[in-house]
Write a protein that binds this ligand. Structure first.
Ligand code: PLP
Length: 379
């Protein structure tokens, strides 16, 4: 199988699986238990938190384990609105956020919040100025992702943070860094963001574990899950120790040679642009500036996305029609670009990992060319 869907999820290295297996089989004590095995687990969780915090560049005490990126996004939106409940009921976000953010904002709308959605420019980019000019004195939260999961654009989170300090310092900033974490240079500490969401399964960790960074400006964050007091009382529930261990191992492996890995993905992406551009009717949709190295969107104009995905799958190549979360429905991200219908409905996403080779790209390009040559365009 040629796997070119690393933005949907990533394969788990053997070392991550071994680490998890060892915890499941041999280190199963509850980290809150007061006998030695429990205390040892508590110390391990502390260490794993430190490892993930080092990868995100933030104090471990400000990092809270969650069950996934979706949970982190939902928590951040609610916690920011709660924190600023006396400031106002206005949220600024973008039209191209992941549904985890957009649906959470929709929920807030049902509770009386007004949402301003900044549209992208035709190349999918978002200008810091466009976000900042939507901010008002009653804006409780600005939520802008670090890297777009369908197009690969890198958004100017740091510039937005700086602008917010001048425009309305009380407004809190959240960034969904699920696609950006360990793919583009980023530091939670220096970014100026008050909330940062991350998910392990995009970096070679297991599914079902993530973290939310909550910055120091949010003094008493609203607990997501009240209960037994885990995660400093903010997200109760017995720690998912095997997942946390796998997450930390993946972060450790990915940070060991981060610049080399980023350079490798950038090389693969550039090679893919070159190879795919040779295919007739194929148009590269992803931007050619400010982009992440692992995501490439393209349209085989006239050939419906889902048919391409199905045919490539039959040829042993996994790509996606936009975000995996859309399951064949038209994507709000691609729609927001205002592309002509024939292009919009032909968009596919190829996404790369540390393991992707040029031979994988050759195979995908061959499969796409066969699809072009052997199937009639239907749009
Ligand atoms: N945010 C972005 C940008 C994503 O790409 C994803 C997953 O595709 C999520 C959030 C949700 O993460 P999870 O699958 O861990 O819930």
């Amino acid at each position: 199988m040629i796997y070119l869907d690393h933005a949907a999820t990533t394969p788990i290295p053997q070392a991550v699986a071994d680490t998890m297996c060892n915890v499941l089989l041999n280190q199963y004590a509850n980290p809150s238990a007061q006998y030695k095995a429990g205390l040892d687990m508590g110390a391990q969780v502390k260490q794993w938190r430190e490892t993930v915090a080092a990868a995100l560049d933030c104090p471990p005490g400000r990092l809270f384990f969650t069950s996934c990126g979706t949970e982190g996004d939902a928590w951040a939106v609610r916690a920011a609105c709660w924190h600023n409940r006396r400031l106002g009921r206005h949220i600024v976000t973008t039209a191209v956020e992941h549904s985890a953010v957009l649906e959470s904002c929709k929920q807030m709308r049902e509770e009386g919040y007004e949402i301003s959605c900044v549209p992208p420019r035709p190349d999918g980019s978002i200008a810091a100025d466009a976000v900042l000019s939507a901010v008002r004195p009653d804006t409780a939260l600005v939520s802008v992702m670090l890297v777009n999961n369908e197009l690969g654009n890198r958004y100017p989170v740091e510039e937005i943070a700086q602008g917010l300090r001048e425009r309305n310092p009380e407004t809190l900033l959240h960034t969904d860094a699920v696609q950006g974490f360990l793919k583009v240079p980023f530091s939670a500490r220096t970014s100026g963001a008050d909330f940062v969401t991350v998910s392990a399964h995009k970096i070679g960790g297991p599914k079902g574990i993530g973290v939310l960074y909550i910055g120091e400006r949010v003094k008493n964050p609203r607990p997501l899950l009240p209960g037994g007091g885990q995660e400093s009382g903010l997200r109760s529930g017995t720690e998912a120790t095997a997942q946390i261990a796998g997450f930390a191992k993946a972060a450790e492996l990915r940070t060991a040679n981060l610049s080399g890995a980023i350079a490798h993905m950038a090389d693969i992406r550039a090679y893919a642009v070159e190879k795919l551009s040779e295919i007739p009717d194929l148009q590269i949709i992803s931007p050619n500036r400010d982009f992440a190295p692992h995501i490439l969107a393209a349209a085989l104009t006239g050939w419906p996305s889902q048919n391409i995905v199905n045919d490539l799958s039959a040829q042993g190549v996994c790509v996606s029609a936009g975000s995996a979360c859309h399951k064949g429905k038209p994507s709000h991200v691609v729609k927001a670009l205002n592309l002509p219908k024939r292009v919009r409905e032909s968009v596919i996403r190829l996404s790369f990992g540390y393991e992707t080779s040029r031979a994988d790209i050759d195979a995908a390009a061959d499969a796409l060319r066969r699809h072009h040559d052997q199937r009639f365009p239907m749009l």
